[in-house]
Ligand binder design. Structure first.
Ligand SMILES: Nc1nc2c(c(=O)[nH]1)N[C@H]1C(S)=C(S)[C@@H](COP(=O)(O)O)O[C@H]1N2
Ligand SMILES: [Mo]
Length: 232
């Protein structure tokens, strides 16, 4: 068994422990004992995270048929992009940016084909095309005081915040393509976050803004007691 596999099993166990603890008081998931555990867990997972270690890229034959790839949303219907949609890059940056889909498509393109893990117990594979978050950080001139990155969605209420290192990982992209086609609305069009290094709920769909921040914030599921770091 590889070290990576052992570590992943261990982390998954730690994640489940954290989720189990939440049932005690889901109204205040960040306070008291669980809050302490959560912060210890973040420190521990950060210490193990190697920003240069790449997850294995999978073969095209491993792709899950599109119809079998689950589609998630928190609302009653899939959200529609606001007219004139563009991605905002803001926060601790030298130059705030507003990028249209055409702008994003002109930037260096990265494809990643890795396994998606949802805490509900399924996993699936697709290939995703898009722009590295690290490329946007470079273009906007992210400041050294930025330690966290927040991803906001135009699906009302959905968002997530990440540690900077995971956001800048080479397999973390803002994707506009899936399996060689334009990203379907169900999977987050025009733009969704995708990564090899976090659980599914960290990968915000229907993204509207990326903000570089000095402090850690929360997220839709994170504020409901799901583990904040959620590394895989
Ligand atoms: N805006 C938004 N993003 C979201 C979600 C959501 O409900 N709304 N669900 C998350 C969860 S729990 C998972 S597992 C993945 C699912 O991605 P998929 O719908 O492309 O399978 O999206 C994540 N991003
Ligand atoms: Mo999920």
């Amino acid at each position: 068994m590889s070290g990576g596999t052992t570590r992943r099993r261990f982390l998954r166990g730690a994640g489940l422990l954290a989720l189990g603890g939440v049932a005690c008081d889901s109204s205040r998931p960040r306070e008291g004992f669980l809050g302490l555990m959560e912060r210890a867990n973040e420190r521990f997972q950060r210490a193990l995270f190697d920003p240069k270690r790449l997850a294995p890229e999978l073969a095209p034959e491993e792709e899950t048929p599109l119809a079998a790839f689950p589609e998630y949303r928190i609302g009653r219907t899939f959200p529609v992009a606001p007219a004139g949609w563009a991605l905002a890059v803001r926060g601790l940056v030298a130059t705030p940016l507003t990028l249209t889909l055409a702008d994003l498509e002109r930037l260096p393109r990265t494809r990643t084909r890795v396994r998606h893990h949802c805490v509900e117990g399924w996993s699936a594979v697709a290939s995703w095309d898009g722009v590295r978050v690290s490329e946007l950080a470079r273009l906007a001139g992210a400041d050294r005081r930025a330690r966290y990155v927040e991803f906001q969605s135009f699906e009302s209420g959905y968002w997530s915040s990440w540690d900077l290192e995971s956001a800048l990982h080479p397999q973390t992209i803002l994707a506009y393509g899936m399996d060689g086609r334009r990203l379907p609305v169900e999977h987050g069009a025009p733009l969704r976050l995708y990564t090899a290094v976090k659980l599914g709920y960290k990968m915000v769909k229907w993204v509207t803004a990326v903000a570089f921040l000095p402090e850690r914030s929360g997220g839709y599921w994170e504020d409901r007691g799901y583990e904040w770091y959620a590394g895989v």
